[in-house]
Design a protein around this ligand. Structure first.
Ligand code: HEC
Ligand code: HEC
Ligand code: HEC
Ligand code: HEC
Ligand code: HEC
Length: 216
């Protein structure tokens, strides 16, 4: 009568403890994985071959993003500009500046400037720029205030959770299509109350939430 449970039962609490500590370990590992820069990449700010300053060219000169990223509303891929685009102005403006020497070098040799790529989705993810910007999703949601950056950095995580947060509730992020390139745009009260929801309804905005939507 002394032993109702078989002897092995003595080990059960140990197993439970082990199970709990493994779970804790998994959670810690997951947090570590998701928070480290290699996962989120947020903050990545490489040194570029030319000290090109968005805050000057966009914020002060007033250029539209599409002047240089001319495919952003037309294709999947948002290009970086070719040397010719810079030469439109710098053939004259500051033409003897040492900062522009690599631009001249590229102009003479025909070799493109080797800009360091900052944003990159993994190969197993499908992404398309034009679909987003033509549906009222601004650059600022995914890239931050590039118009104020002297040197561009990776501002948002662009993780799966980040994409899905908006895909589940696009009305919280959407804006009139004509304001997509104005990174300083603020919604009016009317837009927040009715405009955004009407836009989503009228244009049948329905971002994919299923796995195959983004993993094709
Ligand atoms: C005069 C040309 C020009 C204009 C205008 C311009 N850009 Fe750029 N942009 C560049 C160049 C050149 C690079 C590559 C060098 C760098 O990262 O600074 C770049 C890089 C970027 C990158 C990082 C690309 C990567 O490697 O992942 C983003 C994001 C970006 N621009 C967004 C914008 C947005 C948003 C606007 C409008 C508010 C804008 N740019 C306007 C020339 C321009
Ligand atoms: C629409 C005209 C325009 C275009 C296009 C343009 N820039 Fe500029 N850029 C300017 C102006 C204006 C200045 C400020 C000149 C000054 O400070 O006197 C400037 C300044 C610069 C400077 C700083 C020069 C210095 O010595 O202070 C660099 C570097 C530069 N641009 C690089 C580029 C590159 C690279 C491109 C192409 C991706 C480009 N710019 C395209 C108008 C332009
Ligand atoms: C919904 C999110 C989202 C929006 C909105 C968005 N981008 Fe991007 N952008 C990305 C992602 C994700 C990448 C990486 C894509 C890849 O790996 O091909 C990227 C890459 C880029 C690049 C780098 C391209 C290269 O090959 O070096 C540039 C430039 C850029 N975006 C500019 C813009 C501009 C300008 C706008 C607004 C007109 C904009 N993006 C709007 C998510 C976004
Ligand atoms: C701020 C809001 C927002 C963010 C962030 C966002 N999306 Fe979207 N996405 C949209 C909207 C709006 C649409 C358009 C839906 C429509 O037209 O019905 C869309 C459509 C898509 C589509 C469908 C494209 C097609 O050709 O059918 C894919 C794929 C997609 N997004 C992938 C992504 C990925 C990957 C990310 C993260 C890197 C992302 N999105 C981040 C709002 C967003
Ligand atoms: C809105 C677009 C979108 C949808 C929908 C989506 N994913 Fe993802 N997924 C992404 C992006 C973006 C990444 C890459 C994150 C990164 O850059 O690290 C990713 C990464 C992953 C990874 C790699 C591991 C990780 O977390 O980095 C797995 C596994 C995955 N997704 C599975 C799924 C499954 C299963 C579904 C359906 C339930 C799904 N995804 C739906 C955008 C999406």
């Amino acid at each position: 009568m002394s032993n109702i449970f078989p002897k092995v039962a003595n080990k059960v609490p140990g197993w439970i403890m082990l199970g709990i500590s493994l779970k804790v370990l998994a959670i810690v590992a997951a947090i570590y994985y998701y928070m480290t820069p290699s996962y989120t990449r947020a903050g990545y700010q490489p040194v570029q071959p030319v000290p090109f300053d968005h805050s000057l060219h966009v914020g002060q000169v007033g250029l539209d993003c599409r002047y240089c990223h001319s495919f952003v509303d037309r294709s999947e891929h948002s290009n970086v500009p070719s040397t010719n685009t810079c030469m439109n102005c710098h053939e004259v403006i500051q033409k003897d500046s040492p900062k522009l020497a690599p631009v001249w070098e590229s102009h003479r040799s025909g070799e493109p400037i080797e800009w360091v790529k900052i944003h990159k989705t993994p190969d197993y993810v499908y992404f398309n720029h034009s679909v987003h910007v033509n549906r009222g999703i601004s650059c600022v949601h995914c890239h931050g205030n590039v118009d104020e950056m002297e040197v561009v950095w990776h501002d948002k995580s662009l993780s799966m959770a980040f994409c899905l947060e908006c895909h589940r509730n696009p009305e919280q992020f959407i804006r009139p299509v004509e304001d997509v390139y104005d990174l300083k745009w603020e919604p009016t009260q009317e837009w927040l109350e009715t405009g955004a929801a009407e836009f989503v309804h009228n244009y049948k905005v329905l971002p994919p939430e299923s796995c195959s939507g983004c993993h094709r």
